[in-house]
Write a protein that binds this ligand. Structure first.
Ligand code: FAD
Ligand code: DLZ
Ligand code: SF4
Length: 511
């Protein structure tokens, strides 16, 4: 680079979008793009091997694509001799070596990195221009203004505003078919089906194979199976995966959204979150594609609405909560839970069939669907009282789609109720009954889901009541738990004692 007025445009590993705001505001002739594989990002939590491979390979493919499009790209590989190992040091090195006059970046998705970038701006002699990330429906300001003055934040109301804003599934100013939410139609248990759809899988190309070799060598002690590695790593492949989902699974997405089946890792889920979160798919474009299928009469409303709600509703809502409450959000621990995360979260070794299935596929695929995350691994951690930060760090490490802005509110808020009800109105606590209703795991389990206490009883049953009893002072005033506490109080002291002893025996044997 010879032009001293050049701009260094920093593109992070989850900003792999050609329409990224920092790129749109820069010109090819006077800019150099910096992309860096840095050790610091790979170990701040020890990410699943597949996740590191996915991000590095997608970054390398993006660099090639940007060069093909005429950009100058400075790509720093993990093992480059000069690699300093951190974003800030790599930016400083690039500014010095290239003589850049300014740095531009799209706002990092995580508070930790934004903070580092703001500090860097104070240290560098050149201007650091941080521009908003326009790949979301709601800006930070919009969410903050929606939230301000409300006593309680509820996703459903925010979601309706996002429907109005995007015009998705709208008939003028009314929702199509007269209802905003078709969730009541989405509670079916799935049946084993030989023709169950599978996500589209891709053969690793030469770039991915190089990355796989690197990850195997450098991150052998990280959790998870690296191979088979079948994720797409380009925007074109992510688009193909979207089309595949739309044609094969979307129609049943709603019906079986909450279902779990032994041996079926994906059911009718889209398995697109990792593509969306790193920028290979645009969330709004995905929703438009889904709405189009509904408008053409190819999928029912409960599928299209249910799917779109996850993206313009939940995804946007959790991002809003994250930015409204960071950095203190991560410290929250409403129940003052202190237990360490049991080792079964890493080994998958447990006689509990539902947990074994969820952890096992997490290890194999770096993926589990929402109900497994919420009602199996999340529910169990909350019932046994694991410290929320440890639960958070586990989820952040083990899923390919996990970036703190989306993972933390889902884990600490939605699944652990660690924020005391900021994100959701009541804890997602349940006994074995829920898992039995929504899955066939119990028939494969050495525990008996119908038994309430004792050695053979499903541990979720006693743990559920023990959790409620332990936290009565904090939860009893919650209007949504009134009936449950009334049931607890109606139990005889002997019955209550039996539940609590059964839970204590189980917990005593755990790790
Ligand atoms: P589908 O079931 O096909 O859903 C469609 C899309 O909707 C997803 O691709 C995703 O983009 C979006 N979506 C669905 N639910 C949510 C949600 N609650 N929050 C945000 N987006 C949502 N999602 C992440 O993207 N990253 C995470 O790190 C993450 N951590 C989670 C941790 C816990 C404890 C829980 C309960 C949920 C978490 N989720 C997370 C939300 C959800 O489980 C995943 O988005 C989903 O399982 C991804 O699989 P999929 O693409 O097949 O999703
Ligand atoms: C998750 C991740 C990993 C493992 N490695 C890198 C990396 O080496 N370089 C990079 O730019 N991004 C990486 N990422 C994604 C970042 O953690 C993510 O982009 C930041 O959290 C953004 O705030
Ligand atoms: Fe899970 Fe209990 Fe069913 Fe076993 S019996 S699969 S532990 S819910």
């Amino acid at each position: 680079m010879n032009n001293p007025s050049d701009t260094l445009v920093v593109v992070f590993g989850d900003q792999l979008s050609l329409n990224l705001s920092s790129l749109q505001q820069s010109d090819k002739a006077n800019s150099v793009i910096l992309m860096a594989e840095v050790a610091e990002e790979t170990v701040y939590v020890k990410h699943h091997k597949k996740k590191i491979a996915f991000i590095f390979s997608a970054m390398r493919h993006m660099a090639t694509r940007l060069r093909d499009d005429g950009w100058q790209v400075r790509y720093v590989e993990l093992e480059d001799a000069e690699n300093t190992g951190s974003f800030t040091a790599e930016i400083k090195r690039a500014v010095d070596e290239l003589g850049c006059q300014q740095v531009r970046l799209t706002e990092p998705s995580e508070w930790r990195v934004l903070d580092a970038m703001r500090n860097l701006a104070n240290e560098l002699a050149v201007n650091v221009n941080i521009v908003p990330d326009t790949r979301f429906v709601a800006s930070h300001e919009e969410f903050a203004s929606w939230a301000s003055g409300r006593k309680q934040l509820r996703m459903e109301y925010f979601y309706r505003d996002m429907r109005r804003k995007t015009g998705l599934l709208m008939d003028g100013d009314q929702p199509v078919q007269g209802r905003w939410n078709f969730d009541a139609d989405n509670r079916n248990a799935a049946e084993p089906d030989l023709f169950m759809p599978q996500p589209l899988k891709f053969e690793p190309d030469a770039i991915t194979r190089q990355v796989l070799e690197l990850v195997e060598r450098r991150f052998a002690d990280h959790f998870g199976d690296l191979e088979p590695f079948w994720f797409g790593v380009t925007a074109e492949q992510a688009d193909q995966a979207l089309e595949h989902f739309v044609s094969n699974a979307l129609a049943h997405f709603g019906d079986y959204q909450d279902a779990m089946l032994e041996g079926e890792e994906f059911l009718y889920h889209s398995v697109l979150s990792h593509y969306i979160n790193v920028g290979l798919l645009d969330p709004l474009a995905v929703c438009r594609r889904v709405a189009e299928e509904y408008e053409r009469g190819r999928v029912p409303i409960n599928a299209a609405e249910g799917y779109i709600r996850q993206i313009i509703g939940w995804r946007e809502y959790v991002r809003g909560i994250y930015w409204l409450h960071m950095p203190e959000y991560v410290e929250r621990n409403f129940f003052e839970a202190e237990r360490d995360l049991p080792s079964l979260y890493w080994t998958g070794e447990t006689p509990m069939a539902c947990l074994r299935a969820a952890v096992g596929q997490t290890r194999r695929q770096a993926y589990a669907h929402h109900i497994q995350r919420l009602m199996v691994t999340g529910n169990f951690a909350m019932l046994i009282g694991v410290e929320p930060r440890q639960v958070h760090e586990w989820y952040l490490a083990v899923y390919t789609d996990a970036f703190e802005w989306v993972e933390l509110p889902n884990t600490l808020g939605m699944s652990q109720f660690g924020d005391g009800g900021l994100l959701g109105s009541k804890p997602y606590a349940s006994s074995g009954n829920y898992i039995n209703k929504m899955s066939n795991h119990c028939s494969n389990c050495q525990y008996d889901v119908k038994k309430k206490t004792g050695e053979k009883a499903c541990p979720f049953n006693a743990l559920y009541w023990d959790f409620l009893a332990r936290n009565e002072a904090k939860l009893a005033s919650n209007p949504r738990l009134g009936q449950i506490y009334a049931t607890w109080r109606r139990m005889s002291p002997e019955k209550q004692q039996e539940y609590r002893e059964s839970a204590a025996t189980f917990l005593g044997q755990l790790d």
